[in-house]
Ligand binder design. Structure first.
Ligand code: GDP
Length: 297
């Protein structure tokens, strides 16, 4: 098991002088522990380095009051900085679905949880916001994936675009847009094809669909357990397609969530939702506080 940061720092500061203010030496010693904690939580090295530097600047010379130990003081500074990075500039959690029908493009690698997340979001919009939702799968390579989306749509009680064999992703996207307009839907989700790895064919297809669909939101779904890979995927998709936000799945697993911090720091894009299981209601809006707690242990 991981040792929590508070435990680590408690140990460090027991050996240090309990002076009235954090000295530079105290802070440097403590930040070595913070660095290990961040790396264990899967935060990427450059992001961890940058983060540590900012905390060091903030912590040196800070007065330690009697009610708080030096260790607690450093944990608080680290915690506040984590929240600052994770929460960003206060972007609203809500998806932009005004002016219906609003198209939401779902992108990501195969197996990231894209289809599941699409159905979860549809259920959420229907149940909580009373929206009429249409789902369409563009995964022409995998008929099973198209059927899976139709099954999940029926399960959560929203409509899915009838499957027509032989159409390209762009043709399906066009038909879905028309259907969303004619059918009076509020929201249209386009579940794009995923592949095991990012390649040019995938990116070209997603770009072509994006150009036709003119999405209000482009959400990237990434497996939160894949750490650094997840960050690379996010940077790549953002560069090629442009994303408006991220959904981190499998946050119910035992990963420490460091990918969230790296992703936020590297892409600057907000994490909108987290997936917390396979069930259709296992989706929550992203809360910086909770993920910060998890990273710190
Ligand atoms: P896609 O290929 O990206 O569309 O992936 P799927 O939506 O088919 O999901 C792949 C697997 O991951 C399925 O078995 C899902 O039930 C599972 N899954 C998706 N999201 C989560 C999550 O947040 N937590 C867990 N534990 N499993 C998930």
């Amino acid at each position: 098991m991981f040792e929590s940061l508070s435990e680590r720092l408690g140990g460090v500061f027991d050996r240090l002088t309990k002076a009235g203010a954090l000295t530079e030496a105290d802070v440097i010693t403590a930040l070595r522990e913070v660095r290990v904690a961040l790396l264990e939580a899967d935060v990427s090295l450059p992001v961890a380095r940058d983060f540590i530097k900012r905390v060091q600047d903030k912590a040196t010379g800070v007065a330690v009051t009697k009610s708080i130990t030096p260790g607690q003081m450093v944990v608080k500074i680290v915690h506040d900085e984590l929240i600052r990075v994770l929460a960003g500039d206060g972007e609203p959690d809500a998806l932009k679905i005004d002016n219906p029908p609003a198209t939401i493009l779902m992108v990501g690698l195969q197996g990231s949880g894209k289809t599941t997340t699409t159905a979860k979001l549809a259920k959420r919009l229907k149940d909580r916001n009373g929206k009429r939702v249409l789902l369409a799968s563009l995964d022409t390579n995998r008929p099973a994936a198209m059927e899976q989306l139709a099954i999940l749509a029926a399960q959560v009680g929203v409509d899915s675009l009838p499957i027509v064999k032989g159409e390209s992703a762009v043709q399906i996207a066009k038909r879905a847009k028309t259907q969303a307009n004619l059918g009076g839907y509020d929201v249209l989700f386009l579940d794009t094809a995923g592949r095991l790895h990012i390649d040019e064919v995938l990116m070209d297809e997603v770009q072509a669909v994006r150009d036709i669909a003119a999405p209000r939101e482009t959400l990237l779904v990434v497996d939160g357990l894949t750490g650094q890979d997840a960050v690379n995927v996010a940077a790549e998709f953002d560069g090629k397609v442009g994303i408006s936000g991220v959904v981190l799945t499998r946050m119910d697993g035992d990963g420490r969530g460091g990918a969230a911090l790296s992703m936020r720091a590297i892409t600057g894009k907000p994490i909108r939702f987290v997936g917390l299981g396979e069930k259709m209601d296992a989706l929550e809006t992203f809360e910086a506080e909770r993920v910060a707690g998890r990273i710190l242990g």
